[in-house]
Ligand binder design. Structure first.
Ligand SMILES: Cc1cc2nc3c(=O)[nH]c(=O)nc-3n(C[C@H](O)[C@H](O)[C@H](O)COP(=O)(O)OP(=O)(O)OC[C@H]3O[C@@H](n4cnc5c(N)ncnc54)[C@H](O)[C@@H]3O)c2cc1C
Length: 458
């Protein structure tokens, strides 16, 4: 039984992996010459890696952690101290921490919040805690209902003081979906808070020990190909061929680099492409179906990943940092956090620039200049001098994960479609882990399960 899968991001590769476990033969077709989609990375002429995004793995990622186990690569996750570290804009160069003690949840989270006195006052913490009670008691049902409100609206309704938003949730919102709390759906933040508070190690973070392309995607490809599947790069799907009964009968790959046009046929077809290119490729008859119409409500959000190499060490912090800068979101000194990027003498900062709508059209030089100006607040002891920038890479993603504004939950499709031999995979499809690596891996697994179930009952 052959399954053709469009897209070799984490969703497509995870779908293929679980299909091989079920005894099917997946053929993954990737448009680009690199694996990984939004986790793709490249090596420059000096042998240094640069990436689509700074990627963090959380303790609350059960499907991702299971996948690492199944691939026997768990040792590639470099777990960090259980803490969250925020820059303090009012005191440049200083940090405020939420340290999670090694005790059961939710007490460890509550203690972490109560012990932090730099960012929130006691009345603010108490009011925020009271506001969270319905989410903690009613769980995911309540969290889903709150999709009609932005997080700013939700905070106001729960009588949470405005400073809680500015001190903590602008940073958290930007980290989760590259937009601010006035735009983000409450469901996104409340889902993350619920996972972080209900699971002892939910908010514990890990960095991969090298580039995601080599250290995570390649083992997936090896696993798939060793079991008879295929993963083909430079194989863009141009069209889904549909027959008169509405079934897919082929994926069209156009002529390229001397190779003729090809129609790849299989028994079952999966789109693991992002939602934006998928919408452009829907065959005419499908566009009338409510199932596909709902996709109109989903659109990728812009984000930029900036890499800066310096002539010296700027910090020895071996963790993710929340910049709390208007320009930037999270960042890390990868020379400390990632084994393959390690350098005892020189820093390599990887910084996420978000919200990026106003920056995505600007030149790399302008983006780097603005980022360098922000570093004066993050590392006042090193900038504007004496630290010297040696080189940089800027990776722009004009449409990354879907923009999770209020009302988007209703637009997220199931993995099973109304077309009998066509399925969807991808972080935007409906699964409980938002638009994340965990969501992508889970969606791939759910697609494989849906295919297996349908084939068994047909
Ligand atoms: C800057 C940034 C930081 C992030 N940080 C985190 C983080 O810290 N933690 C976290 O969990 N998540 C993070 N994410 C989100 C995470 O990367 C994504 O949720 C996840 O990788 C999406 O996987 P996917 O397989 O659904 O989609 P994608 O990775 O987009 O994969 C889709 C694939 O389809 C291919 N494709 C498109 N069109 C075609 C076509 N016509 N034919 C064939 N192939 C096609 C694409 O090239 C791509 O390879 C971040 C994302 C970004 C951009």
């Amino acid at each position: 039984m052959r399954v053709a899968i469009a897209g070799a991001g984490l969703a497509g590769l995870s779908c293929a992996k679980y299909l091989t476990d079920m005894g099917y033969t997946p053929i993954v077709l990737e448009r680009r010459d690199v694996l990984g989609g939004k986790v793709a990375a490249w090596k420059d002429e000096d042998g240094d890696w640069y990436e689509t995004g700074l990627h963090i793995f959380f303790g609350a990622y059960p499907n991702m952690l299971q996948l690492f186990k199944e691939l026997d690569i768990e040792d590639r996750l470099q777990w960090k101290e259980h803490t969250m570290i925020f820059n303090q804009p009012d005191q440049p160069g200083t940090y405020s921490r939420f340290d999670f003690p090694d005790i059961p949840a939710p007490v460890n989270g509550i203690v972490a919040i109560l012990r932090n006195n730099d960012m929130l006052t006691w009345p603010e913490k108490i009011k925020f805690g009271l506001g969270l009670i319905p989410a903690m008691i009613q769980g995911q049902n309540y969290v889903e209902q709150m999709d009609k409100y932005s997080f700013s609206e939700w905070l106001k309704q729960q009588n949470v003081p405005p400073r809680v938003e500015t001190e903590v949730f602008i940073a958290m919102s930007k980290a989760l979906n590259f937009i601010g709390p006035e735009e983000i759906s409450s469901t996104v933040i409340l889902t993350a808070l619920n996972r972080f508070l209900q699971e002892k190690n939910g908010s514990k973070m890990a960095f991969l020990d090298g580039s995601p392309t080599e250290r995570l995607c390649q083992p997936l490809v090896d696993y798939i190909t060793e079991r008879g599947g295929q993963v083909r790069l430079n194989a863009p799907i141009q069209e889904f061929l549909v027959n008169e009964s509405g079934h897919v009968e082929g994926f069209v790959i156009p002529a390229r680099n001397g190779a003729p046009e090809e129609v790849l046929t299989a028994d079952v077809y999966v789109s693991a492409m992002p939602v934006d290119p998928l919408k452009l490729m829907l065959p005419k008859p499908w566009q009338e179906l409510d199932y596909f119409k709902q996709l109109e409500g989903l659109e990728g959000v812009p984000v930029i990943n900036v890499h800066l190499w310096f002539d010296r060490k700027l910090t020895d912090i071996d963790h993710l940092l929340f910049s709390r800068s208007p320009l930037l979101s999270v960042y890390a000194d990868m020379s400390n956090t990632c084994k393959e990027y390690a350098n005892p003498d020189r820093s390599m900062l990887e910084l996420v620039l978000a919200p990026a709508a106003d920056w995505i059209g600007k030149s790399d030089a302008d983006i780097v200049a603005a980022t360098m100006a922000e570093l004066e607040k993050l590392f006042p002891q090193h900038f504007p001098s004496p630290a010297k920038l040696l080189k940089y890479h800027v990776v722009k993603t004009p449409r990354s994960v879907y923009k999770a504004t209020p009302g988007r939950q209703a637009c997220r499709p199931s993995q099973k479609t109304p077309i009998p031999n066509f399925y969807l995979s991808g972080d935007y499809t409906m699964q409980r882990y938002l638009a994340s690596m965990e969501g992508a891996v889970l969606s791939g697994k759910l697609t494989a399960q849906a295919i297996q179930q349908d084939l068994r009952t047909s």
